[in-house]
Design a protein around this ligand. Structure first.
Ligand SMILES: Cc1cc2nc3c(=O)[nH]c(=O)nc-3n(C[C@H](O)[C@H](O)[C@H](O)COP(=O)(O)OP(=O)(O)OC[C@H]3O[C@@H](n4cnc5c(N)ncnc54)[C@H](O)[C@@H]3O)c2cc1C
Length: 433
């Protein structure tokens, strides 16, 4: 028995599966509470191999994610020393002209572009400050019994297997979670997944020859084109990660350099000199579009033995910039539940399962909707009129009328409540719009 926060509480042996963004953060939260944490990650340690490819090079960090990072003491560094503020969407018209739509005209809040690997690195480094965190890289979970807390990992460097037992298993092993697959064998486990018909391909606008940004940096740049779109987020080295989201069929149709250039001339002509024709061709044909999947499931726990969080529990399409933020919020909420239930695992897991799914389902649906807004609606006069009305009412009644995007991105209001607010706001605006 160990003394913690003035109470005598049993230290638990907790295995966290997945050392991505969410697993690394969760390991720190658990270590802070004094538990013995073993973090098992399939890939190699990205701190020693900086070029491990992630799914996206940079991500938009917003309030929910920031709050969780603050809980482990790394928010300040990520926001003030690394993150690049993005205060507005900058819309690129097909003719190359642009205009901007602020995210928060009232208080000028912004989202931050952060490097995925950099953030993961910071979290892994932070975990070094806790003797009670052990990390095992190149370990792939291949078998588990979630009812008795036993796991088998394959050491990918040597092909040996390792058997481990835990008081509690936390699955933070992403959208294709092995822990979740095991949960699917449990009775009453609901699961659905949806692949959208669109994939994404990452391109790059390099820094200029003078080493500066080639576009105004404090924006999320969007080229909305109806059924597809391209976006760009700034990187620390003054380059841009450019992501083209488009139906797989359209990607397939572009199968020669000439077709690619005709396509870009027609839809994204202003980006060609920025990317460079040669680099555009190399990057486009050098990669292949990746799929996007949304996962909904529940419950998130098995008895008092296992829990899934992050993408393992609720992978969402990336169009609200909330996947990581929601996963980080899971860690924060879980920490609050550890406090509320005095480390009683059965109550903590039950409470998390019972309460979190509504919000996870809500952000999943919102993210699907936001793709249509970003690639299409954003260019329409009706969208801009509604945004102007929302912004005016928000300015007039800041505690009463919080527009949907602001409540999702700049508050920690439960996602399901953000949706409910939007519903009554829609009813009100319909009266006069
Ligand atoms: C194109 C794109 C853009 C995005 N942009 C944003 C954004 O702007 N803002 C935002 O908030 N979110 C964004 N997201 C979502 C975000 O990337 C995810 O929500 C986030 O990475 C989830 O983190 P995670 O740790 O739960 O899962 P992951 O990042 O997938 O990490 C899971 C980890 O588990 C490991 N693992 C998997 N299987 C095993 C196994 N069997 N054994 C051991 N380890 C295993 C993996 O190697 C990985 O390291 C974006 C996603 C995409 C695809």
């Amino acid at each position: 028995m160990a003394l913690q926060n003035g109470n005598t509480k049993k230290k638990l042996d907790i295995v966290v599966v997945g050392g991505g963004l969410v697993g690394s953060l969760e390991a720190i939260f658990l270590a802070k509470r004094g538990h013995r944490v073993s973090l098992y990650e399939y890939r190699e340690d990205l701190r020693t191999t900086p070029h491990v490819r992630g799914r996206s090079i940079n991500l938009a960090l917003s309030v929910r994610g920031r709050k969780a990072l603050k809980g482990v003491g790394v928010e300040d560094h990520m926001v003030n020393e690394h993150g690049i503020p993005m205060r507005a969407r900058m819309i690129h018209r097909p003719d190359g002209t642009t205009y901007s739509i602020p995210y928060d005209a009232r208080t000028n809040q912004c989202i931050y572009s952060v490097g995925r690997n950099y953030l993961n690195n910071i979290l892994l480094k932070e975990s070094e400050n806790y003797d009670n965190v052990k990390k095992y890289f190149n370990h792939k979970l291949i078998k588990s019994n979630l009812r008795n807390g036993s796991l088998t990992f394959l050491k990918t460097e040597t092909n040996e297997t390792v058997d481990v037992t835990a008081d509690l298993i936390i699955g933070a092993d992403g959208a294709f979670s092995a822990v979740r697959k095991e949960m699917m064998k449990q009775p009453l486990f609901d699961f659905s997944q949806q692949y959208i018909e669109h994939g994404y391909l990452e391109l790059c606008i390099p820094a200029s020859e003078d080493g500066v940004f080639q576009m105004p940096p404090n924006y999320l740049h969007i080229w909305p084109r109806g059924n597809f779109m391209m976006i760009a987020l700034p990187n620390q080295d003054c380059s841009w990660t450019v992501t083209l989201f488009m139906p797989f069929k359209n990607f397939k149709d572009i199968d020669t350099d000439e077709k690619l250039m005709i396509f870009f001339q027609k839809y994204f002509s202003d980006s060609i000199p920025l990317i460079g024709e040669k680099k555009l061709i190399e990057d486009f044909f050098g990669g292949s579009p990746s799929p996007l999947v949304a996962v909904k499931c529940r419950p998130y726990n098995v008895l008092d033995k296992a829990l899934i969080i992050g993408d393992a529990a609720h992978a969402v399409v990336p169009f609200y910039g909330q996947g990581m933020n929601a996963g980080f919020e899971d860690c924060y909420i879980l920490d609050e539940l550890f406090r509320k239930h005095h480390d009683n695992v059965a109550d903590i897991l039950q409470d998390f399962s019972d309460s979190r799914w509504k919000d996870a389902f809500a952000i999943s649906d919102l993210a699907m909707y936001n793709y249509i807004e970003m690639r299409d609606l954003v260019t329409r006069p009706s969208y801009r009129l509604r945004k102007a009305v929302d912004d005016f009412l928000f300015w007039l009644l800041p505690d009463f009328w919080v527009p949907l995007y602001n409540s999702v991105t700049f508050t920690t209001m439960p996602y399901s409540q953000c949706v409910k607010n939007r519903q009554w706001q829609n009813q009100v605006t319909r009266l006069f719009l």
